[in-house]
Design a protein around this ligand. Sequence first.
Ligand SMILES: C[S@@+](CC[C@H](N)C(=O)[O-])C[C@H]1O[C@@H](n2cnc3c(N)ncnc32)[C@H](O)[C@@H]1O
Length: 209
Amino acid sequence: MITDQDVENYLYAILPPSGPVLEEMERQAAARKIPIVGPAVARVFRLLAELCGAKRVFELGSAIGYSTLWWAQAVGAGGEVFYTDSSADNAREAAGYFRRAGVEARVRILQGEALALFDATPGEFDIVFLDLNKDQYAAALRRAVGRIRPGGLLVADNVLWRGLVAHPAETPETAAMAEFNRLLYADKRLEPVILPLRDGVAVARVTRA
Ligand SMILES: C[S@@+](CC[C@H](N)C(=O)[O-])C[C@H]1O[C@@H](n2cnc3c(N)ncnc32)[C@H](O)[C@@H]1O
């Protein structure tokens, strides 16, 4: 927990309902301990996508498709969101939610290794969202930045890793996230910020491809 528990509770208590399909996914995630971004962070994603007029979003690490569905709703009809996950069961479950939410036409479900799928998908993106294994964040950053259009965004979850990045040697994941954050701020093509919301969200605007 990064913020005070009472503040954290307040941030979630004040939120309006997410809608029936997203709420079912939130219940499933809570019951089965699936690590989704949750509604507070997801609303930031929707706002970012709408502010930058995103139409094409690539997500690395999608699980049951909760954040994917928020991106899909944000890009609107005619938009395109790439779901990636290594689990065929997750991909099947996500497909059901996308159908029920009426966004299946704008979501491309790609099952397999997210970085390989990213490399195999041609074209430029408005937003690339990282939520894959933490030791792959640095590699993903290196591969993604040149494929985001100027004015587009690189977004990454878990960048404060429960606050442990303040003590970078503690676990391999902590060291990986600290290195990712260092690379993020060192990259002259990016204007990054870190939002200390939930587990920490990095948002970096691409100033040139
Ligand atoms: C944190 S969860 C994703 C949650 C999702 N973004 C959300 O907020 O709704 C990470 C998922 O990515 C998958 N994953 C992690 N690294 C991956 C990789 N390199 N290739 C494919 N899937 C990966 C995991 O199996 C897991 O289902």
